[in-house]
Design a protein. Structure first.
Length: 371
């Protein structure tokens, strides 16, 4: 091997060694940066959504997991969803911000810290069927940094008997003119699915002459809306003569289980029934149904109209003509004669009389002198 070739080989080895040393320095620098002061220079997040589901209260559930080290604040997630049946160009996205996470921050240091469970508030998924969701999150490595998931076969937000139990109240039980009235409210408060008050409210009533249980129809019944209140009604039904209500209550077709365990029948209280069964009542409910108010108002207006007509008739009728005044009444013209001789007239007449007398004396004197 010549000296020239040996020199070339040594040169090549030197170049290779230098390149290797430079690469080693670069790798060492990068490694130092990763394990430096804060240890997060090359960390990033990687979100996964799993265990997604929905229930009959319209709630959404899912588990969020971060597989990488950089902490992910779950309050920074942006979640948007829509129902499958909505057209793409018309879909209305909603953002389930009302809900809770089991952990506020997740990162992959242990099983306890990398997962968190989300539970939305009741009534988020009101319709039945499939819902689609996109979740955007910060700190990700690969754009667009969006995780997609679906929840299928959602039952929708059905009528809740638990909510009914909290909201329904009987506010009054009254008997007027052989008509029993139950004032109540709350069957459709905080409910997505609604009760048909006319057809789905059940009546329970026991009197001294009959017993009616779970009746959606009763002869002569009326269900009227109370004025000035939302989701408030009055249930009215007739009573026979001398019929006394012993017990009365209402329920809904959705939650009625009869009179056994778990029954949701709302009863008139003993005090309300005692007051309703009194012969004379001084107090009535402060809020009456629209129709009852109308009837009362019509009666009042009719009485007022009759009084007005009577007054007008009396005013328009001329007084009876009396052909001769009563003996004690002054004759016609007497008042004028009495008022003619006023003090001024008397003075003038007296003056005239004096002048006449003076003139008469002067005339008499002149005549007497000539004679």
């Amino acid at each position: 091997m010549g000296v020239g070739n040996k020199y070339k080989i040594e040169r090549y080895f030197s170049i290779l060694f230098g390149l290797g040393l430079m690469l080693a320095i670069i790798l060492l620098t990068l490694a130092t940066g990763v394990s430096g002061v804060d240890g997060t220079s090359l960390q990033f997040t990687n979100l996964e959504i799993r265990a997604e589901q929905c229930d009959a209260d319209g709630k959404l559930y899912f588990t969020a997991e971060n597989k990488y080290l950089k902490p992910l604040l779950l309050k920074d997630l942006v979640i948007e969803g829509w129902h499958e049946q909505e057209k793409k160009e018309e879909k209305i996205k909603f953002y389930p911000t009302s809900g809770t996470y089991s952990r506020e921050e997740i990162y992959a240091e242990s099983t306890n810290t990398k997962k968190s469970t989300f539970v939305s508030e009741r009534g988020l998924l009101n319709q039945s069927g499939r819902y689609l969701f996109n979740v955007s999150y910060p700190g990700c490595k690969n754009l667009p940094c969006t995780e997609h998931f679906d929840v299928i076969d959602c039952p929708g937000n059905s009528y809740s008997c638990e909510v009914q139990k909290e909201e329904v109240k009987i506010t009054g039980c009254v008997e007027n003119d052989d008509v029993f009235q139950i004032f109540f409210e709350g069957f459709n408060t905080e409910q997505y699915e609604q009760v048909d008050i006319e057809k789905e409210v059940l009546l329970y009533v026991e009197t001294n002459g009959r017993q009616e249980l779970r009746k959606t129809y009763l002869e002569g019944k009326e269900v009227l809306l109370q004025t000035g209140k939302k989701d408030a009604y009055v249930y009215r039904f007739p009573l026979a003569e001398n019929e006394t209500v012993v017990r009365a209550g209402i329920s809904s077709l959705q939650c009625d289980k009869g009179l056994g365990p778990g029954s949701q029948v709302f009863w008139c209280s003993a005090q309300q029934l005692a007051e309703a069964n009194q012969t004379q009542r001084e107090a009535t409910p402060t809020v009456l149904p629209k129709e009852v108010k109308k009837e009362t108002k019509k009666k009042e207006e009719k009485i007022k109209q009759q009084e007005t007509e009577t007054t007008e008739t009396a005013q328009q009728t001329p007084p009876p003509q009396i052909s001769e005044p009563p003996l004690s009444a002054p004759l016609k013209g007497t008042a004028e004669k009495e008022t003619f001789f006023t003090p001024m007239v008397v003075v003038i007449l007296a003056g005239v009389w004096v002048v006449l007398v003076v003139v008469a004396i002067i005339v008499f004197a002149v005549v007497y002198k000539k004679n």
